[in-house]
Design a protein. Sequence first.
Length: 497
Amino acid sequence: MAQVRKILIADPDIESVRTLTRALRARGYQVHYAPDGSRALEICVLRHPDLVLFDEACRLLDARTFIQILRTNPRTEEVPVVLTTTNLDVDRLRGLRLAAHLKKPFNLDEVLSRLEHIFRRNEAAKDLKNDAQEIEGSLTQLGIPDLLQILGMNKRSGKLSLERGSERGEILVTEGRSVNARVGRVEGEKALFRLLAWTEGTFTFSPGTNLGKPRIDRAMDDALLEGMRQADEVNRLLPSLPPRTTRMVLAPDADLPQEQHPVTAQVVDLLRQPRALGEVLDLAPAPDLEVLGVLITLMQKGVARVAEGEGEGSGPLLGPAELHALRSRVLRGKSPLKVVTAKVFICGNGPAAARRLFAQLPGLAAVSAEPKAVKSGFGTLGRLELSEVLHLDFCVLPPAEAARPLWRPFSAGAVGALLMDSSEAAVRLAHYLAWEIRVPIAVLGSTVPDKLNGAPAGSIALGDDLTEALRGLLVQSLHPAPMTPGVQSETRAASSG
């Protein structure tokens, strides 16, 4: 029989406690309650909970004192503490040794997901304490940052081998410090920062001590913080550049200054002959973030450009890293599937929009010779195989107001929508998908309709090139706007008024 996990909620807000308690008990957790920090400490010693949700509003003992006392007691030193707060100040939380922090008002799905993640991480931590044991697992269950933190806390030495599809990587750890990393032809800190962005795949940790020459000289916490910061910035910059397979080169009449920043000099030297963007990133010694920044600046100044003969559709729609990120986005914590299918909705006025899709999107396979959905305006038009494990279905919904009850149930798995024209019905459907389903909108044309400005997950006009618009939409879907409590209900109220 599975052990029932005990969770202590320390929070003076009774309504918040009731809401959390119902959700936790529905998941099979046993829940204890304390109205203040002093009572919470007493329950921890007597009941030994598996996790504590401690609210910063607790009196008698504040969060910092509560945690300090827990860590000095052998019975409670390893109990994970999650701080709940209405005012998230990351600097104020430093040094608290928290398992996580959650901002109020709660998104209950997020709370439950975070707690389950903490328990999985703690189980892995117990396995990693065994010096002689090799362990393996899934990165969707336990991410690389968590693995490295656990290895750091336990002062472990060995090799963390990583696989993501056809890609392979490894991180070497000595006494809890990452000393080297490799992925593809990249090594050292640059490779470590790339690997920290992997959210899907498998890992194997093999204990060992003969790990070769160190190439990384950072404390583990510092490496993780900087690596995750750079990964976020890289994801923000990538939509400004062509796909990784696109070849780039210096413009023939490029006006290059004599004195150049070292990273600029690296990139300029590489672009003296046509090279794929991914190759430039691999060969330049500087971190990916710095190389991308230089590339964007050079393109904006006309110094670098896409090589001749490199049409926008000449390479794959998305690179390997983007494909993996999109697949993870669609799964969203679900059980891994061999083949994942995402949906893109086509918002247009009549069959012309669907026929334009087939005429202008290479590789799109229709579900039949003339899909019924073209004329009926409801169903799946066709499928695009992005990779062996990721497919993209193009779907249509009837834009008439009377069909609104069909929109939500059929939109499961949506990652975005293409607005093919500015007809009132098409814009109304796109508005629903943007605000109710919270997917990004890519507009075929030069301007975003007023009703779509300020869409939660973004709305952008990407010109008349359908392939480029689709690529931009998929990249945008990898960086959705966070769910802000209350925003959706306010928007609904505004749109209905």
